[in-house]
Design a protein around this ligand. Structure first.
Ligand code: SF4
Length: 237
């Protein structure tokens, strides 16, 4: 009688398809994602052009609902006209609106910019403050903008900047199951060392702009493909 061949054992499912990931597994995966993205984008940095904390604050306010590329087209003329908070505090709103019109929401942004510059003059001796609490008292400045300023103008890792790219990638990579920026930020702060918070945000934003794009992520080119529970196709090497 012919012997039936023994059935081959099935290969273990990839880590991402196993059951619920434990805290330690998640932390290990997060660290590997960070290492791979760091190697992929060694020069990751804030893509808004600025020379001073004041310029970064203006550029970040302008970047709401607008691309960094568009903001960088507008700011040279803006800073030539309003080089200091003092000059901006005294600006004619109609002239500011004309300069920043192409960034969208230009009336609101004009109010925020002039209000911010006046507040800097009145309460901070014309300097951009270095604390989250003080920054958040300025018109047009929320936690996200304050994180950008602290991390990039002052090198202070106070939190993780959560923008649209960080939100999308945190969900796809299952680093957070939340959709509200504050909760995503809390999850990321718990997963990554404080010293990495500013760079983490740059890495996720760079990857989100270049590979893990919103409409059709390029999973086949993605360096963190094997660590991503949302990968749509294997990586081509
Ligand atoms: S594998 Fe795809 S979905 Fe996952 S991070 Fe990479 S590009 Fe984004």
């Amino acid at each position: 009688m012919k012997r039936r061949p023994k059935p081959k054992p099935k290969p273990a499912p990839p880590a991402r398809r196993r059951g619920r990931e434990g805290r330690e597994q998640l932390a290990r995966r997060a660290a590997r994602i960070f290492a791979l993205l760091s190697a992929e984008y060694p020069g990751a940095h804030c893509e808004l052009d600025f020379r001073t904390p004041y310029e970064l604050l203006v550029a970040t306010i302008l970047s709401a609902q607008c691309t960094d590329v568009r903001v960088n087209l507008v700011t040279p003329a803006f800073f030539a006209r309003y080089p200091t908070p003092r000059s901006l505090a005294q600006a004619d709103p109609a002239q500011v609106e004309d300069l920043i019109r192409s960034t969208g929401f230009f009336r609101n942004k004009t109010r925020s910019l002039i209000g911010m510059a006046q507040a800097l003059g009145e309460s901070h001796r014309g300097e951009v403050p270095r604390s989250m609490d003080e920054l958040r008292t300025l018109p047009g400045v929320g936690r996200k903008t304050a994180n950008v300023i602290l991390g990039n103008a002052y090198g202070i890792n106070e939190g993780v900047t959560v923008d649209t790219h960080v939100t999308r990638l945190s969900a796809r990579l299952k680093l957070s199951r939340h959709s509200e920026p504050e909760k995503i930020e809390r999850d990321l702060m718990a997963l990554f060392p404080r010293a990495d918070w500013t760079l983490l945000s740059h890495l996720l934003i760079w990857h989100g702009r270049r590979v893990c794009i919103a409409q059709r992520p390029k999973c086949e080119l993605c360096v963190v493909n094997e660590l991503c529970p949302s990968a749509r196709a294997p990586r081509i090497r």
